[in-house]
Ligand binder design. Structure first.
Ligand SMILES: C[S@@+](CC[C@H](N)C(=O)[O-])C[C@H]1O[C@@H](n2cnc3c(N)ncnc32)[C@H](O)[C@@H]1O
Length: 414
């Protein structure tokens, strides 16, 4: 699995090419940045450092320089933070020169990881939407916080994992920004039922990828390079997210609901159970297989719950679907009461947000796996008269830099 740090705050920083890849520098570690890095300075040079912690003094090796950013990895901790812990995984230990790219934060105490993640969300909202989440109160007076999710240890939660295959046919992981494959014997964040240690002993010669997925208590093994049917990887993700949405959202009878980036339609199903008397539900996802499965699952679900619901699916891009909706409808018909959006890390964009506004979507539930794209989209939503009613982040990717956030927006236009 390749870590994705392309979206770091670092991207806006120009560097002077004084240091070279492979150089070792002694630096003091400042704030946490988005993307699994911490900020440090070497002279005027900003460096984004992995496997460090705010307040530490470390020796770091420069791993990448391009015309915008300089990245480094910690190779020796000179003054450790009180939040530094010994990782239980040998592939991210301080002794390991090339570390697994799957976990960014295993060297950090789990409670402190969560504090850092909360700070990252606050920083992104401040930088990209000029919005101070520290002063935000939801409509029911709740402050913004990141919530931890069981298991509290942050280990044993992943039910879906992709591995690369090494030249010798063994399962492995990519180190950060590297094509070298680090062979692994086990994975600490994987759910034990995935049986990583058993599959890691097998020979996978002839394959380039091994995907292990826990599905109905069975491990499914696939080798496809294209993304398959999506579902959340944390063992408690679905329940955590739907519990929060159910607590905050009131869905009125006769509501017309869009489930965009629907996958199998887990959120659409949830809304239907929450309010069986909705008038219409449409699922949109590019993945044809997901839509096919969703169609058959909803056929039986609607029979049980409410056969009168007008149910539709579209195996297409969200942008294309929304454009055709806007074009095919007269302005007085362009009304959707609720849209749930659960996009990939890149988020929505201003075109999609503009179309949602044209369709007069009055409430928007945004499930985001990237606080930077969420904050950017929030700025665009504000310009279309949407306001933030609720927001909560969840630690659904412990030990990694990733953060899941649910934000619920209302439209200013009644
Ligand atoms: C983060 S997943 C969410 C899936 C689902 N809501 C769930 O929680 O199981 C994102 C989904 O968006 C779909 N997708 C990616 N890009 C898309 C696009 N441009 N238009 C429509 N669907 C897209 C993927 O196939 C995937 O199912």
């Amino acid at each position: 699995m390749k870590s994705d740090a392309q979206n770091t705050d670092a991207e806006s920083v120009r560097i002077e090419k004084k240091l070279s890849v492979g150089d070792v520098v002694e630096i003091e570690i400042k704030d946490v940045a988005h993307g699994g890095h911490f900020v440090a300075h070497h002279g005027k040079q900003v460096i984004f450092v992995r496997h460090a912690i705010t307040g530490e003094k470390v020796k770091a090796i420069i791993t990448r320089i391009n015309n915008k950013i300089m990245l480094a990895d910690t190779i020796e901790v000179l003054q450790p933070s009180k939040y530094r812990v010994t990782p239980s995984c040998e592939y991210v230990s301080d002794q390991q020169k090339i570390k697994c790219g799957g976990c960014d934060f295993q060297h950090i105490n789990i409670e402190y990881q969560r504090e850092l993640k909360e700070k990252i969300v606050i920083d992104q909202f401040y930088r990209l939407a000029k919005f101070d989440l520290r002063k935000f109160k939801s409509i029911d007076s709740e402050d913004f916080h990141l919530k931890s999710v069981a298991p509290a240890t942050g280990l044993g939660w992943r039910t879906r994992m992709n591995f690369a295959v090494s030249k010798s046919g063994k399962m492995g992981m990519f180190p950060h920004h590297s094509n070298e494959i680090l062979e692994i014997k086990d994975c600490q964040i994987a759910d034990s039922r995935l049986n990583v240690s058993k599959f890691a002993t097998q020979n996978w010669n002839g394959k380039t990828k091994v995907s292990l997925e826990l599905f109905a208590e069975q491990v499914q093994i696939t080798h496809a390079d294209v993304p398959g049917v999506f579902w959340q990887s944390h063992i408690n993700a679905q329940e955590t997210l739907t519990d929060y949405i159910g607590e905050k959202l009131i869905v009125k009878p006769a509501a017309k609901v869009l489930d965009l980036y629907s996958g199998l339609g887990v959120f659409g199903q949830f809304i239907l159970k929450l309010q069986p008397n909705i008038a219409a539900l449409t699922l949109v996802d590019t993945n044809v297989e997901s839509i096919k499965i969703a169609k058959s699952e909803f056929a039986s679900l609607l029979k049980q719950i409410n056969p009168a619901v007008k149910f539709n699916t579209s195996a297409s891009e969200v942008l294309k679907y929304l454009r055709s909706e806007v074009q095919s409808k007269k302005s007085q018909e362009r009304t959707w009461d609720l849209a749930i959006v659960d996009p990939p890390r890149s988020g929505l964009n201003s075109q999609i947000i503009d179309l949602l506004a044209q369709l007069k979507v009055s409430e928007l539930v945004y499930i985001s796996c990237d606080p930077a794209s969420l904050a950017r989209d929030f700025a665009a939503l504000q310009s279309k008269n949407y306001h933030l009613n609720h927001i909560r982040s969840f630690d659904l990717f412990p030990m990694t830099q990733h953060i899941e956030t649910v934000a619920i927006f209302g439209s200013g236009v009644e």
